[in-house]
Design a protein around this ligand. Structure first.
Ligand SMILES: *Cc1c(COP(=O)(O)O)cnc(C)c1O
Length: 448
């Protein structure tokens, strides 16, 4: 503690220089950290992040879309603490435990799919769904069905397999030589509708393009993977639910699995527990669903892939190699499962989906002034997500807006020229008002 004896010693500056020296931050050009230091967060409280100096920031994007019920939620804390006194972790090959069984049973009831397979993050869930799908076709005697289709501008994670079906050039181009070739079909993103074309017509036209591709290539295709209703990393691109129903029909007709990547949109983000429920007219059931992010309320890394009985049955055999021999060390971690069970309890007990519906109407009203701002176009909203594009956003806009918002006590990270808000569900009207005022101030700030 030599530094502490010095009068002008600032613990926060010290932490920032140590993080620059020791930590390689994600999705960050480290050279830019000097000019734009990260927030040094000391603690959290509901939707608020508190830095080392006690300054509070509204976590307007739920810490990369994971947090649902606030930071340091007493109920989730209690569940994890209780589990800590029992068993922190045991491998899930050759052992099982109550939290993982209970979570699997409850996720099956919620999704209509079963046989939950676990990993630790979203990208691994994508990998698992892709591998399971291709392996299913192999077990079914059709090994040539091993290709994948995804949407233009899709995001499914950044490990090598997941990156193959991701379509974000900034993340993908550099690693192109490492990746498997996959097909991207047109995105139903409503912003890309032709003048005079409705979101629904756009979605139907894109479904026709999917059909044209599958009609020709389905014999070599294992699965079509998509983010239902909202393509998050594409800039909260929203599309008409009719696309989901058409995708389901086409996948059935051409014998291609449908993988719903609900990693970002699951657990109530779009207004229903899962986005697939909004497909016209009764929702659709995918062949695989990928879950993560909100699954533990933003507490611990956990992901799950659930699938149909018919997929599961194709692996059930005397032959070991017919089984799904995939594993991660922390598969089904009991602490993470307990956090997830606490999250599901909160959903049920507090009737979160119904209450969010009321909140969403109120918060959309709060955002009205933002939507009417002269720099704002394509204002869009679904469930607990609000987004808009900034007409005159030049290069570096996202970073400038981020810094400007910090000065107003809001932690927000635009994607390109898209500003989006995706707060923890515990946010109240007062905080939303502060958020809307901060957005307006940033939009009006010269040079942002
Ligand atoms: C975040 C995300 C992933 C990847 O999850 P990680 O935990 O970051 O690996 C995959 N798909 C979608 C739709 C996501 O938003």
């Amino acid at each position: 503690m030599v530094g502490a004896q010095c009068d002008n010693f600032k613990p926060m500056d010290d932490l920032l220089s140590r993080t620059r020296a020791a930590v390689w931050h994600p999705c960050t050009q480290m050279k830019q950290l000097e000019a734009a230091p990260p927030l040094a967060i000391a603690r959290g409280e509901g939707p608020w992040l508190v830095d080392a100096d006690g300054k509070r920031y509204l976590d307007a994007i739920s810490s990369w879309w994971v947090n649902l019920f606030g930071h340091c939620n007493p109920r989730i804390n209690a569940a994890i603490t209780d589990q800590l006194g029992k068993i922190e972790h045991v491998m899930l090959a050759g052992a099982t435990h109550e939290p993982v069984v209970q979570l699997s049973e409850r996720l099956a009831r919620l999704t209509g799919l079963g046989h939950a397979f676990y990993a630790s993050d979203g990208a691994s869930a994508t990998e698992i769904a892709l591998k399971m799908s291709a392996h299913y076709w192999r077990n079914a005697g059709r090994p040539e069905k091993n290709g994948f289709v995804s949407l233009k501008n899709a995001y499914h994670g950044e490990t090598v397999g997941a990156l193959s079906v991701t379509d974000v050039p900034l993340f993908k181009a550099t690693y192109a030589p490492l990746l498997r070739h996959t097909k991207q079909v047109p995105t139903p993103d409503a912003r890309l509708a032709e003048p005079g074309e409705s979101a629904e017509a756009r979605a139907l036209r894109c479904a026709d393009a999917l059909e044209a591709y599958l009609a020709e290539q389905a014999t070599g295709i294992a699965a079509f993977i998509l983010e239902p209703l909202v393509q998050g990393a594409a800039g909260m691109a929203m599309y008409h639910p009719i696309y989901l129903g058409r995708a389901r029909e086409l996948c059935d007709r051409y014998e291609v699995h449908l993988i719903a990547d609900e990693i970002a949109v699951g657990f109530g983000r779009t207004g229903t527990m899962f986005a697939c429920e909004q497909a016209l007219t009764h929702g659709i059931r995918p062949d695989f669903i990928c879950l993560s992010k909100g699954l533990t309320g933003g507490y611990l890394p956990l992901s799950a892939v659930l699938t149909t009985d018919s997929v599961y049955d194709a692996f059930y055999d005397e032959d070991t190699a017919h089984g799904f021999l995939h594993s991660h060390s922390y598969t089904g971690n009991p602490l993470a499962c307990r956090a997830a069970l606490a999250v599901l309890d909160i959903f049920e007990h507090d009737e979160i989906i119904a209450n969010n519906r009321i909140k969403a109407v109120e918060y959309t009203r709060v955002m009205e002034e933002v939507s009417a701002h002269k720099r704002v176009r394509n204002f869009r909203h679904l469930g607990m997500i609000w987004a808009f594009d900034v007409t005159d956003a030049g290069p570096g806009f996202a970073n400038r807006f981020h810094r400007a918002a910090l000065a107003h006590g809001v932690f927000i990270r635009p994607i390109g020229s898209t500003v989006y808000v995706m707060p923890p569900y515990v946010v109240d009207a007062g905080a939303m008002r502060q958020l809307a005022d901060a957005l307006l101030a940033c939009l009006d700030e010269p040079g942002v």
